[in-house]
Ligand binder design. Structure first.
Ligand SMILES: C[S@@+](CC[C@H](N)C(=O)[O-])C[C@H]1O[C@@H](n2cnc3c(N)ncnc32)[C@H](O)[C@@H]1O
Length: 300
């Protein structure tokens, strides 16, 4: 805490320390930052373990900062990044600073483009071996210098997003990374399928499911997220409901999703979309589905 003394009155003021909030450190298609006010209002009043089986950029987790959490994603490279932020933040910052400096000092955009594609190739080869902190830094570099922050893999499981033509890049804010690292300290971070992440939950735990959208953008990993995956997720939602686990799920507002979850609480909320193949319909709607009653919703 900083102390300041007024020169005119002699009185002493205490300036509250400014803490940088933890916010997502990657750009993620389908990120939930803009939906946070709607999600917050629908959180149950009390939660045991907080679980996010599709962590992506982790917008809700960083907003809530629960003390006991399980964070999971099927993407091993994304999970390696979370582990690096949690356990090797200093090393990660050093590596990020090198990527940023090297890119920004290249004098032509074509040289920057070559640097991007060279790293993209290395990133895909590096995947064959154990993932390192440098792979985590490379993930952030590719995520922030590609086109529109789009994480996309081809059918062979190779990251294939195109170059973003940026003159300069800023890869990190150390204060935000420190806050994120602190928020991640007591979390269990796992790499696998969403069903496995929900294996050992009990009544009173809370799960936020933010799966890839149905029928729109579902190219997060090779093979996408199929209708069978949506049906599997619905079965899990039902099993967890029967066990007394509080569940909240978001997805695009489609008849398929609304029919699948008919019988649960379904709210439709407006959103702005950035990713759209034909460039129109940038406004859309999402659904937020809960398996608990509205009288358990906190009024903020
Ligand atoms: C919509 S994003 C999550 C966005 C996140 N809530 C945010 O705020 O940034 C969906 C995530 O699901 C992951 N995913 C796709 N299929 C999965 C599966 N079968 N099991 C676990 N995660 C999966 C993707 O890798 C991606 O990170």
């Amino acid at each position: 805490m900083r102390l300041t003394q007024s020169t005119t009155t002699g009185s002493v003021h205490f300036d509250a320390p400014t803490v940088t909030p933890a916010t997502p450190f990657i750009k993620c298609v389908g990120g939930k930052t803009q939906l946070l006010p709607e999600l917050r209002k629908r959180m149950p009043e009390r939660i045991g373990t907080y679980v996010e089986p599709f962590i992506g950029g982790g917008a809700l987790f960083f907003d809530m900062q629960p003390s006991d959490a399980i964070l999971n994603d099927v993407n091993p490279r994304l999970i390696n990044l979370y582990v690096s932020v949690r356990s090797h933040k200093e090393e990660l910052v050093e590596s990020l600073a090198c990527y940023e400096k090297e890119y920004n000092t290249l004098t032509s955009i074509n040289a920057k483009k070559d640097f991007y594609y060279q790293n993209r190739t290395e990133f895909n080869y590096g995947f064959e071996t154990d993932l390192t902190v440098d792979d985590a830094a490379q993930f952030i570099f590719l995520n922030k210098s590609n086109f529109n922050g789009l994480y996309r893999e081809n059918a062979a499981g190779k990251y294939n997003a195109a170059f973003g033509w940026k003159e300069r890049i800023r890869l990190f804010d150390e204060a935000i990374l420190s806050s994120c690292s602190a928020a991640l300290q007591n979390t269990s971070i796992t790499n696998g399928d969403f069903e496995d992440a929900c294996n050992s939950l009990s009544a009173g735990d809370f799960v936020y499911f933010d799966p890839p959208y149905y029928s729109t953008f579902a190219g997060y990993q090779a093979g996408g997220f199929s209708i069978d995956d949506h049906l599997r997720l619905h079965n899990l939602f039902q099993r967890l409901t029967e066990s007394g686990v509080h569940c909240m799920l978001s997805n695009s507002n489609t008849e398929f999703i609304k029919n699948l979850y008919a019988g649960y609480n379904i709210d439709v909320v407006p959103v702005k979309r950035n990713i759209n193949r034909n460039g129109n319909a940038r406004h859309g709607e999402e659904v937020i589905i809960t398996n608990y009653m509205s009288n358990q919703i906190i009024k903020l």
